[in-house]
Design a binder for this molecule. Structure first.
Ligand code: ADP
Ligand code: MG
Length: 234
């Protein structure tokens, strides 16, 4: 049961909203679009960070996820991102979800994880990073729903007017600790200012929980539910 699951996986949940949502221990109970269900069901069950964070993300909460590398964080934020857009894209067009990642390699990995999902439901995802020409990225940005980006190139494209983030209401800072270590704090803040100010769901995933990351969370998140797996830094 739930108590055993929490103990076994060293799950800690700090929920200022006191919703106390139950973790989804199997894919049978997950309430995503059934096309999404068919893609993720290739795995036996959700990982702990997925189990615990999905109910909060589905209910629209801001979530901080602290869990080690390899624990399934990409789909923890990626699956609800796609589900969110399916639910809202009847009324909204343009870029609705933005995932910021510290490196080109990590951004590409996230993109590769999302493609089976977005292909399945007919949404467009694009990946934006530096070190390559901008032309193709500019073109793809015009018709995509989800953007995965490194901060520098995205800011560059924003400043030249090639991308509009004003409809972004699902924002993910992945590997927030590494982004701050790499000196991206100002870039991140400048990017967030371009996203939807109201009704935005903000997520932060990180392997560690140092003071700098806590401060960034306090600046941009709204009563976040903090989920940690495996006794990470409290
Ligand atoms: P993290 O971002 O936490 O470092 P990833 O999201 O990159 O981890 O996931 C690590 C690996 O686990 C990937 O190969 C991914 O396909 C796999 N994975 C994701 N979700 C599950 C799941 N529910 N069950 C088994 N493996 C999973
Ligand atoms: Mg990751």
């Amino acid at each position: 049961d739930v108590d055993d699951f929490y103990k076994e996986n060293e799950v800690s949940v700090k929920d200022p909203t006191e919703l106390n949502l139950r973790p989804l221990l199997s894919f049978d109970h997950v309430q995503f679009d059934r096309r999404i269900q068919s893609v993720i069901a290739k795995f036996p069950k959700p990982t702990p960070i997925q189990s615990v964070s999905w109910p909060y993300l589905l209910s629209g909460k801001d979530v901080i996820g602290v869990a080690e590398t390899g624990s399934g964080k990409t789909l923890a934020f990626g699956v609800p991102a796609v589900n969110h857009i399916i639910e809202t894209s009847k009324t909204v067009s343009g870029i609705q979800a933005l995932i910021i990642s510290p490196t080109r390699e990590l951004a590409s990995q996230i993109y590769d994880n999302l493609i089976p999902l977005t292909d399945k439901v007919g949404l467009e995802c694009c990946c934006v990073y530096g070190g390559v020409p901008k032309d193709e990225q500019r073109m793809k940005l015009r018709k995509c729903h989800i953007v995965v980006a490194t901060p520098g190139r995205l800011l560059d494209l924003l400043q030249e007017g090639s991308v509009n983030l004003s409809k972004v209401n699902y924002l993910v800072l992945d590997e927030a600790d590494r982004m701050l270590e790499k000196g991206f704090e100002e870039d991140i803040k400048n990017i967030i200012r371009e996203t939807a100010p109201h009704g935005r769901q903000t997520l932060m995933f990180t392997a560690t929980w140092p003071k700098e990351v806590r401060e960034l969370a306090a600046t941009f998140m709204n009563q976040p539910v903090k989920v940690s797996i495996g006794n990470r830094d409290e």
